[in-house]
Design a protein around this ligand. Structure first.
Ligand SMILES: Nc1ncnc2c1ncn2[C@@H]1O[C@H](COP(=O)(O)OP(=O)(O)OP(=O)(O)O)[C@@H](O)[C@H]1O
Ligand SMILES: [Mg+2]
Length: 170
């Protein structure tokens, strides 16, 4: 798949239809610049409330994509968008209301999820971005935007992007 033509977003701040961005306009094997431009365009077009899950191995680009989504959502302090591996939950100010960003990598049980106030976070967040959502399988509502990044064996500068519109698990 590496080497395919990758659509470029020349005006990422412009609002595009979310369905088209997640569908035929989604780049299949984006380099960093293309992934960031697409992420900004998606962020600018997200409905609220919404939940976005980011799956992929260590270093696949989940936090990079989360930062691009936040840029599109209007978060100004993009340096604060980091992997919340230790804090587990981070919140960023945005014009349409706060963005909640969680990293469930270290979560090992339903009890730990409960300690995070998981059900309330899911129910009340205006925009919820979840890294390692498999740790919360079965707890998410339908309609989640599920994004997966895979390393591209043939090209270290690209990632394979998969978009699933449906729920992660029901
Ligand atoms: N095409 C690409 N897409 C995304 N990231 C890329 C790409 N090419 C190179 N990179 C680099 O890969 C790294 C991805 O790191 P990032 O922290 O976003 O990954 P992560 O999936 O959140 O990792 P972790 O599981 O440790 O939280 C960044 O340094 C980024 O610049
Ligand atoms: Mg991360």
């Amino acid at each position: 798949m590496a080497g395919d033509d990758v659509p470029t977003m020349t005006s990422p701040a412009e609002k595009h239809s979310i369905a088209s961005l997640l569908g035929r306009s989604a780049p299949r094997a984006p380099d960093l610049e293309t992934l960031e431009a697409w992420g900004r365009a998606v962020g600018a077009s997200l409905p609220r409330p919404c939940i976005i899950t980011l799956e992929g191995d260590l270093g696949a680009g989940k936090t990079t994509l989360a930062r691009a989504l936040c840029a599109g959502l209007g978060v100004r302090d993009l340096q604060s968008v980091t992997s919340p591996t230790f804090s587990l939950v981070q919140q960023y100010d945005a014009p349409g209301g706060p963005i909640v960003h969680v990293d469930l990598y270290r979560v090992r049980s339903g009890a730990e999820l409960e300690q995070l106030g998981w059900d309330e976070l899911v129910a009340t967040s205006s925009v919820l971005i979840i890294e390692w959502p498999d740790r919360a399988a079965g707890t998410l509502p339908s309609g989640v935007i599920a994004l997966t990044l895979l390393h591209d064996e043939g090209n270290p500068r690209r990632r394979v992007l998969k978009v699933t519109g449906g729920p992660v698990s029901t």
